[in-house]
Design a protein around this ligand. Sequence first.
Ligand code: FAD
Ligand code: SF4
Ligand code: SF4
Length: 397
Amino acid sequence: MAVQVLKDKCKGCTKCVKSCPFEAITMEGRLAVIGTACTGCGQCVEVCPFGAIEKTEEESSAKDLSAYHGVWVFAEQRDGKLMQVAIELLGEGKKLAEAVGCELCAVLCGSNVDGLADELFEYGADKVYYADAPELAHYTTDGYTKTIYEAISQYKPEIVLLGATHIGRDLGPCLAVKCNTGLTADCTKLEIDPETKGIKQTRPAFGGNLMATIVCPNHRPQMSTVRPGVMEKAQRVPGRKGELIRLNVSFKEGDIRTKILEVVKSAKEMVSLTDAEVIVSGGMGLGKPEGFELLKQLADKFHGTIASSRAAVDAGWIDHAYQVGQTGTTVKPKIYFACGISGAIQHVAGMQNSGLIVAINTNENAPIFDIADIGIVGDLYKVIPAIMEEMDKLPEK
Ligand code: FAD
Ligand code: SF4
Ligand code: SF4
């Protein structure tokens, strides 16, 4: 929805200027002019005493929604390896595609990564749109946006899902702006409205204190970034086949404004919380940064990894890459140890779907015990060594 000023009716009273919450209206002489900041909220329409502002349908809206078909998943890969979140999106995309009654497709960009298409078919993609070019070997905002935007314009998917990774969070908004559509970032739940067949996108809002469900009724594609580690991974069906569609990709001078000189992997990037089967997480109850050394000993026994609450990160005890929660990573390990973590809603949002939650806390009323499968009231510096001692008594496997 947009609005326009009817020149012959506007009397220049300026009432609409004051009414606009987005400061989108200016006066040119005695004529109100709607600027690009207009969100189409319609408030000014009601305010004008002369009926000089009316609502209009935007060109791209409602009328051609029916031209859009299929659920697309951005198959993010790095160094020729599919990111886990891409497999999670295929799992979720399958459910959405079944509810809509359409195909599940993946869009893959890279250089010489044809082999990944077979993997995507095995994980449930009916079609893979594949853009192969040396310029796409490493992610660049311009290169990937141009390629995928052109594919969206040509094939018109109705839903596009991306992982809320660093790349997805960069690419998603750029694509949404170019497609003149909306984007719901950081979704934790997606479902299809049985009546409209549109997607309902749910994400935490107001510091995680409420969940907001967002729809995109008038524009296509409907786009979401989805938190890694939240959705169930797709089941792999070896030998499953699909249709490979090669996209025409060409770049001219200036299309890609950044140049990758070198890719340097920092230690931070190597922390893979989403892949870990056992996580031993620590919070302020550790009392000091050195407490993580004890957690590491327990994690090593399970071949797992350590993690932390945000308070421990804010205290400078550990890097943000280890943070679990709403503003950190969402994890779903088989076992999650919460050691000296109170269980604030923002932390719980990132680990509540773990298989088995073991909480160790001195305060028997700590909220973490509400979601723990095993709750141990006690000092972690006594409880963890006791657990390790018992483990050492077990026969070697
Ligand atoms: P505390 O709340 O201080 O809890 C420490 C716990 O340790 C207590 O329960 C105490 O009883 C226990 N304890 C003390 N000594 C011992 C001992 N010796 N042995 C065992 N137990 C002991 N938090 C996150 O974790 N992740 C997020 O992503 C996140 N995002 C946020 C986003 C927003 C917008 C906001 C507002 C907050 C966010 N937070 C997040 C912060 C969150 O609200 C909490 O402040 C934080 O999780 C608390 O960390 P904690 O449990 O380590 O510390
Ligand atoms: Fe013109 Fe109506 Fe705005 Fe007054 S309120 S300036 S008449 S558009
Ligand atoms: Fe401002 Fe809303 Fe009117 Fe647009 S529709 S000019 S945003 S009041």
